[in-house]
Design a protein around this ligand. Structure first.
Ligand code: NAD
Length: 709
């Protein structure tokens, strides 16, 4: 044994993984020590990072350690994490960014495989003890051990599919050979993690324990008392090729329902890998390397990796810790009720005011349903409901750190509400509005303290749309802006700072897209075909369905406002649509709008004919044109922030990396010349915005993002 590197552990050091006083300056990211029973404890503790990720350096050091272990041969090996809340959260995604050469990637993947194979081949018992997140490459390392024990509360999963990839460190083969392969495939195809208890029932881990019992669990494992679960009959059947062909067909079908294979190739690549090679662990491990390499260099994966960094960038904008303890929401309608429910779900005390007691009752009812779905635990649901306090008298305004107004979209009404609130609010509290279209300068007129007034524009449905536009105006205090932005982070939303201007960013970009769709209906093009044009491009739903979802009354109002304030060339709202609104046919909320609705689903009688390329351009390019205008006017700071906002606020095709990234990939010249042709064919509304002149090249922008992360 190399005494200088390994040191006998004190028992106390075993409680949360070996403690910091274990000296080992040989590795930057790992520490190792022997316990009194001759078991080696290897702790991953990546330098300078709060989470363990697998980088080339981490794997290289791991390889050196494994070489040591091969010669020193301890009685057993326990792998743990030194981070308080995670085991290993996967590969360092930065490694994959910008990769273009599949053969070079395959070489690197092969090297990484040889490290994990080396772990698997160690001639003594190996055990991973996982707490917190044990996902991606972390789970793949765990799978190469003889045993796995999860600490209660751990989450295990393969999120690679969300980046357009599948596991690439032997995980596809090891998981499908350890547990029921259909369950393993389900985990990899959905990217959803399972909790420790579920992992145990699947056989992914051998035991679940509490931190205080770790030493006993290690002792039991090393003395051979911990048994690995049998894979079951179904798993054995899947070792036959014909059985896999049948199962794979069904998997393809289900996967295509969630993500079209032409835009998202990873699910089919994974299914083909298992279908072809699932009968042999060695073959599948080998084939996984080439398949993973092909995916990493694909445009889809590169763009989804970009989206991953865009999200981190927006999260980082939330900046400092926010300590809002009490939120007061005024207006318990569609938005206010859901904003209040969301804040209470995030652990904040919330008072919710409305003039109408029935609106308060309905809001609490919706919150109850939401909590049931998310929390799934009666006691937790009750606690969250306890934090959401209906407040007919509006007394909570005096105690709140932030007051969010969500009353109907009328300037006079909102101003009246502010006058009442300002008289009650505590000095340091923030006054926020959820207005979607009124300029903050107009709303601020008459305020005693306009410097603490800010826009927090949530999107509908609040629990699913991650974006909040944080709207500034000239009189806003910078500290209030920073606190409002941090509050968005506190409630687990992504803040995008925007300038007060008509429609801010997201509605301004979406409106020309919706209005063009209405113009196309007016020309007699089938609604289903119009929706299909956008869906085939990669939008989560077509514009006609979206207009019904948002509410035709709101769409008509916002379009009229933008037309008047910004763009008189925008087509007028046709009379038949105004009539619909007058008749109360407003879309999903009234059961009929442009479609008839059955619950949350529109009734679409036909799939829609194949749309032409021009139809897609007519829908998408006006949205891009509005984005270019927003950049030129400084409504949003830069193209990456804009791309993130459009992806997280509208669901803009993530595999395209955002509207401006799409424009750069397709070529700004092509976008501008297509807009010119559309302008000639359909009118001035397609006139290319001057902002295109300053949209930089794709290569430049990509390297900027790499620098920033
Ligand atoms: P809503 O009509 O569903 O709800 C408004 C609520 O405010 C009602 O319950 C009403 O009783 C209450 N109210 C009216 N006057 C009040 C007063 N003086 N004091 C207290 N409560 C009062 O409206 P909504 O769709 O929730 O919209 C609210 C705000 O959110 C608007 O500014 C809207 O532009 C914005 N917004 C809406 C959406 C959306 O999709 N609906 C999305 C983003 C932002």
């Amino acid at each position: 044994m190399k005494g200088s590197v390994w040191k006998v552990l004190e028992p106390r050091n075993l409680e949360l993984g070996p403690a910091k006083d274990i000296e080992s300056d040989r590795w930057k990211n790992w520490r190792m020590a022997l316990d009194e029973g001759g078991i080696a404890w290897l702790v991953i503790d990546k330098a300078g990072s709060s989470a363990n990720t697998l980088s080339e350096e981490v794997l290289r050091e791991f390889d050196e350690i494994l070489a040591d272990l091969e010669t020193t041969k301890p009685k057993g090996l326990v792998i743990r994490s030194g981070k308080p809340d995670n085991f290993i959260v996967g590969a360092d995604v930065k490694m994959f960014q910008g990769m273009q050469d599949a053969a070079a990637v395959e070489e690197k993947v092969k090297e990484a495989h040889s490290v994990v194979d080396r772990l698997e081949a160690l001639p003594f018992t190996t055990l991973t003890i996982a707490h917190g997140n044990c996902v991606g490459g972390g789970l793949e390392i765990a799978l190469a051990c003889d045993h796995r024990i999860a600490i209660a509360g751990a989450k295990l999963g393969f999120p690679e599919i969300l980046l357009g990839l599948h596991p690439g460190l032997g995980g596809t083969a090891r998981s499908t050979h350890l547990i029921d392969p259909t369950e393993a495939m389900k985990m990899m195809l959905t990217g959803k993690s399972v909790d420790a208890r579920k992992a145990k029932s699947l056989g992914l881990v051998d035991a679940v324990t509490e931190e205080r019992h770790v030493r006993n669990a290690v002792r039991a494992t090393m003395s051979g008392d911990l048994k690995t679960r049998d894979r079951g009959i179904k798993a054995a059947a899947m070792s036959s090729y014909p059985a896999r062909v049948i199962a794979a067909r069904q998997m393809r079908h289900q996967a295509a329902d969630k993500a079209p294979p032409k835009h998202y190739p990873a699910p089919n690549a994974l299914i083909a890998l298992w279908e072809e090679h699932g009968g042999s662990l060695a073959d599948m491990k080998c084939a996984e390397q080439a398949s993973f390499a092909r995916l990493v260099v694909s445009e889809t994966a590169q763009n989804l990796i970009r989206v991953f960094f865009l999200r981190s960038g927006l999260k980082a904008k939330a900046g400092d810790e926010s300590e809002v303890r009490h939120v007061h929401v005024v207006g318990a309608g569609a938005m206010g009720g859901d904003i209040a429910a969301w804040c209470a779900l995030q652990g904040i005390r919330v008072t919710l005011a409305d003039l109408d007691a029935e609106a308060l009752g309905k809001a609490v009812g919706r919150a109850n349903t939401l909590y049931g779905k998310i929390l799934k635990d009666g006691a937790k649901v009750r606690d969250a409901l306890d934090r959401l306090i209906p407040d007919l008298a509006g007394a909570g305004a005096a105690r709140a750190d932030i007051v969010i107004e969500a009353v109907p979209e009328r300037t006079d009404l909102k101003q009246k509400v502010y006058a009442g609130l300002e008289a009650k609010m505590k000095p340091g509290a923030i006054l926020a509005t959820n207005t979607s279209s009124i300029r903050l300068e107009d709303l601020a007129k008459g305020l005693k303290r306009p410097e603490r007034f800010v826009g927090l524009h949530f999107f509908n449905p609040v629990s699913r749309m991650q974006l909040i536009e944080v709207v500034r105006h000239p009189e806003l205090d910078q500290d209030v802006l920073a606190r409002a932005t941090a509050f968005a982070g506190q409630i687990d939303r992504l803040p995008v700072p925007v300038k007060s201007s008509p429609g801010f960013l997201v509605n301004r970009a979406l409106t020309p897209y919706l209005v063009e769709a209405i113009a196309m209906v007016d020309e007699g093009i089938a609604k289903e075909t119009i929706d299909r044009a956008a869906e085939d491009f990669g939008m989560p739903m077509g514009p006609i369905e979206l207009a019904d979802q948002v509410g035709l009354d709101i769409c008509v109002e916002v379009a009229a406002m933008l037309r008047a304030d910004l763009d008189p060339s925008m087509p007028e709202i046709p009379e038949w649509l105004k009539d619909k609104v007058e008749q109360g046919k407003l879309g999903r909320k009234t059961g009929e709008g442009l479609y008839r609705w059955k619950g949350d689903e529109p009734v679409k009688p036909e799939k829609g004919a194949e749309p032409s390329r021009e139809m897609t351009d007519r829908l998408i390019l006006p949205m891009l044109n509005a984005c270019a205008a927003c950049l030129r006017e400084g409504v949003v700071a830069d193209a990456d922030t804009l791309d993130g906002a459009m992806i997280f606020g509208t669901g803009f095709a993530p595999f395209r990396g955002g509207p401006m990234h799409y424009a750069r990939t397709r070529g700004v010249d092509d976008i501008v010349s297509t807009l010119r042709s559309l302008e000639q064919a359909h009118g001035a509304r397609f006139k290319p915005d001057e902002g295109w002149q300053s949209v930089e090249s794709r290569q430049q922008a990509d390297s900027d993002l790499r620098e920033a992360v």
